[in-house]
Design a protein around this ligand. Structure first.
Ligand SMILES: O=c1nc[nH]c2c1ncn2[C@H]1C[C@H](O)[C@@H](COP(=O)(O)OP(=O)(O)OP(=O)(O)O)O1
Ligand SMILES: [Mg+2]
Length: 203
């Protein structure tokens, strides 16, 4: 096995068009990288997510941004994995919200499908976050983080983004959307993935 490649520069493109994610990634990177322009700021195209896994899609997005910008790029592919739905919406989490990014509708669809599933698996779910760091020569380092919890309806809380208002992380009584950013960073799937990436590529 070859050693992981280290990130050495001072500029890292955040290869995401999701403002909520870009905000969280910037928080988590701030102590480690000086400049982190986002794909939207650099006007980079948003590639189609054609892979079948979180890691595959993160690598695809990171590589596209690194090639287009000539700079190392970090992509995040993430989503909500519902046990009773065999992992849906999973890699389709953004697509369930449609082009209008209607997460109220997406959360309602989760509630409806969970009710229709009505087996004994209950309301267990997890958030998954794959992070991929790519260089302009095509090299990629990838990790995957997880946070386990339960789903709760109706949605609660106004912080965060996406499916945060229906996810109660294990050990807490409130949803992700009721936590301050620092509290979410202490336990989130994205923070878990960052711990792994930092140990692997920034140590
Ligand atoms: O911490 C989170 N809290 C709530 N919801 C979350 C979270 N993390 C991912 N999610 C959901 C919403 C997001 O839209 C989808 C990821 O889909 P995903 O394709 O990785 O991101 P995206 O299309 O929104 O932006 P982009 O691909 O440009 O990074 O999963
Ligand atoms: Mg996406």
């Amino acid at each position: 096995m070859t050693a992981p490649r280290r990130f050495a520069g001072d500029t890292l493109v955040i290869a995401s068009h999701n403002r909520g994610k870009v905000r969280e990634i910037a928080d988590l990177l701030a102590a480690h990288v000086r400049h982190f322009p986002s794909a939207a700021e650099l006007d980079l195209p948003e590639p189609e997510e054609t892979e079948a896994t979180f890691v595959g899609n993160a690598a695809l997005k990171a590589r596209a941004a690194a090639l287009a910008s000539g700079l190392p790029a970090l992509a995040d592919d993430s989503g909500l994995w519902v046990d009773a739905l065999d992992g849906a919406p999973g890699i389709y989490s953004a697509r369930w919200a449609g082009p209008a990014k209607d997460f109220a509708a997406a959360m309602e669809r989760v509630r409806r499908e969970l009710e229709a599933a009505a087996d004994r698996r209950g309301d267990r779910a997890r958030f998954v976050c794959a992070l991929a760091l790519a260089w302009p020569d095509g090299h990629v380092e990838a990790v995957e983080g997880t946070a386990h919890g339960t789903l709760s309806f109706p949605p609660r809380g106004g912080k965060g983004f996406g499916y945060d208002p229906i996810f109660i992380p294990d050990g807490h009584a409130c949803t992700y959307a009721e936590l301050d950013p620092a509290q979410k960073h202490a336990i989130s799937h994205r923070a878990d993935a960052f711990r792994q990436l930092l140990a692997r590529c920034f140590a």
